[in-house]
Design a protein around this ligand. Structure first.
Ligand code: GLP
Length: 254
């Protein structure tokens, strides 16, 4: 795993945007795997600014998102459909039919998972997959204990995840108890993975990722099994007692 330590959240967003813009220039038909949450918001802002400056064309790009809450409609303010529309899709020239997000309101969730796996197969592996990380090490919504051999699946959210995400809802009671997520096997099928982590809240998870064992109790550790993962962190997420702060900006550790 390559580790890039940037000074600030802004720098992390900039670094990640460079990867995406370069990828699309290299292949206008790129497939991007996308994440939600607070972490990639800065990245999406950078992509929108760059698009408005006329630098990148999304008309042939396809996207596939990691996850969606079960039970929320596409127009619910906290659905990941709404998140992607508000923060990226409605600001760039991507074609609606080229964007894919699990349907959290599907009548038959098992069939929806199978449909999503077929979509992934048809698109081919994402050229770049953006990931955030939960405080408990979840990626997508693959909670601790998830098998590394799962494709798209329905998962029960841990109370800690519901509490962490409750800040975006009126109360914890409104946070759905389940989600549909691309499984770890699907995540690892991507050609290149960018894991973004920013802020002190992620400090422990990053330390465990970099120093702990590969184990299903810490889902992000599966990323060590992939040959092309880049972790882009800011100082506060990386901040480890043993590391000299002056070597941070920007440093690359391999
Ligand atoms: C959610 C999402 C994840 C995201 C994680 C961290 O649970 N399903 O994809 O990585 O939260 O979110 P944040 O970036 O807001 O800390």
């Amino acid at each position: 795993m390559k580790v890039i330590v940037n000074r600030t959240y802004e720098d992390v967003s900039h670094s990640a945007s460079q990867y995406i813009q370069t990828q699309i220039k290299h292949n206008p038909h790129s497939v991007l795997g996308l994440a939600t949450g607070s972490t990639p918001l800065g990245l999406y802002k950078k992509l929108v600014m760059d698009y408005r400056a006329g630098h990148t064309d999304y008309s042939k790009v396809s996207t596939i998102n990691l996850d969606e809450y079960v039970g929320l409609s596409k127009t619910h303010p906290q659905s990941y459909h709404t998140f992607m529309r508000n923060n990226l899709f409605s600001h760039i020239n991507i074609i609606d039919q080229h964007t894919h997000i699990p349907n959290g309101q599907a009548m038959n969730l098992g069939e929806e998972c199978a449909r999503y796996n077929r979509t992934l197969e048809l698109l081919g592996p994402p050229d770049i997959l953006i990931l955030g990380i939960g405080e408990n090490g979840h990626i997508g919504f693959n909670e601790p204990g998830t098998s590394f051999n799962e494709k798209t699946q329905v998962v029960k959210l841990k109370e800690s995840t519901r509490r962490a995400n409750a800040r975006l809802f009126s109360s914890i009671h409104d946070v759905p108890k389940e989600a549909i997520t691309m499984g770890i096997e699907s995540i690892l099928s991507s050609t290149c993975i960018l894991l973004l982590a920013t802020g002190e809240r992620k400090n422990k998870a990053i330390q465990q990722l970099l120093e702990g064992k590969i184990h299903e109790e810490f889902p992000a550790s599966a990323l060590h099994l992939h040959p092309n993962v880049t972790l882009i962190v800011d100082e506060s997420a990386y901040n480890r007692d043993a590391s000299p702060r002056q070597s941070f900006n920007p440093a690359i550790y391999e």
